[in-house]
Design a protein around this ligand. Structure first.
Ligand code: GLA
Ligand code: ZN
Length: 673
């Protein structure tokens, strides 16, 4: 892993001068200075321009742009341009075109459009990356390589089918092992030859229902997703290695998308020099979702700082409702990213295009081309503020005592499951625990199933349906050594190939929780059960388990239906620790109540108390500890500081016990004395 070296919070973002005549480039340089822009992401979509044909490359424009931005003191995050292949390539080498889930061969168009197993793509993409590294690698101002852009999507072409068979051979060795892993004796699916295996698409095992992919064979669909994520990752690695061979000292990354379903970012992160991601909160989504995505991104990167590679300065063009970020919101979201681990505040985009689908997407410089717009002024003010902040926040990490477990295989498996409910959504289950912790101002790590757990006082594994390998051993050991583990309904059902572990749910986790689940009841949205925990009534929605205790004690019981009086919440003592089983999909209030009790018992204190809508986060580096206090509401709020410190943004010093006012969307970065 090559660390990135920066001396301040980078500020800037995607810049597409190739869409503009030269005189505009010079005006851009002037405007960038006014806005305190120090970094531009170049060359994201220029492949067609740089490589006009098989064996001709034309770097003249990029040379000029690279020189111009260097003369103007700008850092470059240099993209490899391989996220959109050219029309000539599609025309001459149709293998580069994807086949969709519907079996339809695409023609040229859009972007993020190359088949990841296309020999043409795998030849030309790393070759271009290599040429870029050779040409620009020693310019001195490249802070990172940005490979491709937002990898994603799926392909079902013949090349992918063939590569899938190779992938399966590697994973299972024999066709018999594949048959066992997929339980192909169901519906007479036994395979005798590798060539008989086809991708699980809408022509074979899958269909779409209510916007969600359903499948007849979970094992096949799951493996195809794993394989696709791996295929795209191989494309990243090919470019990365081509670059590394030329510029081993410049870190290589790509821009992720937070909770993006198609790619196992836990696996991807291990191949990247550092994590970078694009943050586009959607209108109307739960308030904590964007912070959850930051935490997931910090988590896949092993807790290290990450780059906020893109956000919009004001508006996106692709949401259903492209609402403007209100005054102050862009600044607040930028500090939210920093509060959860970001070392950069970068944007899409520096200048608005005049044609095609992103011409109404927000930019530092909009169509008016002026520096006195609201957006420009807000950006420039933030740029100035970040200049003043210098390096004090960089590299800060968060020492969380609570972990939430999130694993892509489990996400795919729960989502592809036929039953017990089509409304199951592993992210929503995760999000409620996260929201509760955020509300309590308790730092949390969101980690995968390969993370060590012993540093955590509490670990919550919401809906851990799939228990891969010996992960039960990890959890058992953690509890035995004194940890507190919380699990919820629909956990411990299957091993890594989505085959049920017989003998009663939650399978290999049974002894940890001291319960066994006999049946699971799916509640339609208009039905709700309930239970009382510590004198407070909580709803039980979506799933209710019919649970028998075998060692655990029941802390709450279902109120209604034929399982009234049976356990809804249990606790099992195991070794030095405790394992709680929540026999339903709890609401946020229950998450908060249970976590509150568990954390109190474990002596984990919140960072501070804040009014609802104000969140506190902490990051620490060798220069000290910074508490980020952020008002997510539009109204003024007041907080009482439990510690002495100085606000890095205003210079104001506070003693412990002082009150401080936060304007709507206001932010304080308290450097603790
Ligand atoms: C993504 C892409 C950018 C741009 C923005 C628009 O994040 O990476 O190229 O399309 O979306 O929001
Ligand atoms: Zn393909």
């Amino acid at each position: 892993m090559v660390p990135y070296r920066i001396s301040k919070v980078l500020f800037g973002g995607d810049y597409n001068p190739e869409q503009w005549p030269r005189e505009v480039w010079h005006e851009d340089m002037r405007l960038f200075k006014l806005a305190h822009v120090d970094t531009v992401t170049l060359n994201v979509f220029s492949w067609a321009r740089i490589q006009p044909s098989e064996d001709t490359y034309d770097f003249a424009d990029l040379d000029e742009i690279m020189n111009l931005v260097r003369e103007n003191g700008l850092n470059v995050c240099l993209a490899t341009s391989t996220a959109a292949h050219s029309a000539w390539m599609a025309h001459r080498h149709p293998d580069v075109l994807r086949v969709g889930q519907d079996g339809m061969k695409r023609s040229f168009g859009a972007r993020h459009n190359s088949c990841p197993n296309s020999p043409t793509y795998r030849h030309y993409a790393p070759l271009l990356a290599k040429k870029l590294a050779e040409r620009y690698g020693d310019m001195g101002n490249i802070v990172a390589w940005h490979v491709s852009n937002e990898y994603g999507g799926l392909c079902y072409c013949e090349n992918c089918a063939a590569a899938f068979r190779v992938w399966l051979r590697k994973r299972y060795g024999t066709i018999d092992a594949v048959n066992r892993a997929w339980n192909t004796s169901f519906w007479g699916h036994t395979f005798y030859d590798w060539e008989e295996i086809v991708p699980a698409d809408f022509r074979s095992e899958e269909w779409s229902m209510g916007g969600r992919v359903r499948t007849n064979f979970q094992g096949i669909s799951l493996d195809y997703r794993r394989f696709m994520s791996d295929s795209l990752l191989e494309c990243f690695c090919l470019e990365r290695d081509a670059i590394r061979a030329v510029t081993p000292d410049i870190p290589v990354t790509t821009n992720m998308m937070g909770l993006y379903y198609e790619l196992d970012y836990g696996k991807w992160a291990k191949e990247m020099d550092f994590i970078a991601w694009d943050s586009y909160p959607s209108y109307g989504e739960p308030a904590n979702f964007n912070i959850l995505r930051h935490d997931v991104m910090r988590g896949v990167g092993g807790g290290k700082a990450f780059w906020l590679m893109e956000q919009t300065p004001s508006v996106s063009n692709w949401h259903q409702y492209c609402a403007l970020k209100r005054p102050g919101v862009m600044r607040r979201l930028s500090y939210e990213a920093m509060a959860r681990g970001a070392d950069t505040v970068m944007f899409f985009q520096m200048r608005r295009s005049i044609g095609a689908c992103e011409k109404y997407h927000g930019a530092l410089i909009d169509h008016a081309g002026r520096s006195d717009t609201r957006v420009f002024r807000e950006m420039a003010a933030l740029g100035e503020e970040l200049d003043k902040l210098g390096d004090v926040t960089l590299g800060g990490t968060t020492d969380a005592r609570v972990a939430l477990i999130f694993d892509w295989d489990n996400w795919w498996a729960t989502s592809l499951s036929a039953g017990p409910s089509a409304d199951i959504d592993a992210v929503s289950e995760l999000a409620r625990w996260h929201a509760a912790l955020l509300d309590m101002n308790v730092p949390v790590d969101v980690v995968g199933v390969d993370a060590p757990l012993d540093k955590y006082a509490a670990v919550v594994a919401p809906m851990l349906y799939m228990v891969k390998g010996d992960y039960d051993e990890t959890l058992r050991g953690y509890v035995r050594r004194g940890g507190t583990l919380i699990a919820t309904s629909f956990s411990g059902y299957v091993q890594e190939n989505d085959l049920v572990m017989p003998g009663g749910y939650p399978g290999s986790l049974r002894d940890i929780f001291g319960v066994w689940v006999e049946e699971i009841d799916a509640l339609p949205p208009d039905r709700v059960n309930g239970f009382v925990y510590n004198g407070v009534r909580y709803p039980a929605r979506l799933l209710c388990d019919v649970v028998h205790t075998e060692g655990a004690k029941a802390l709450a019981h279902f109120e209604t239906d034929f399982y009234a009086g049976m356990p809804a919440l249990t606790c099992n003592d195991l070794g030095e620790g405790h394992a709680y089983y929540v026999a339903t999909c709890p609401d946020e209030a229950l998450c908060a109540a249970l976590l509150g009790d568990v954390l109190k018992a474990a002596g984990v204190a919140p960072i501070m108390d804040t009014p609802r809508g104000v969140i506190a986060s902490v990051r620490e580096n060798e220069r000290g500890r910074i508490v980020y206090i952020i008002n997510q509401t539009d109204g003024e709020q007041s907080v009482t500081l439990p510690f002495a410190g100085r606000d890095l943004l205003t210079g104001t010093a506070y003693a412990a016990g002082d009150a401080a006012a936060l304007a709507g969307n206001g932010v304080m970065l308290i450097h603790i004395d």
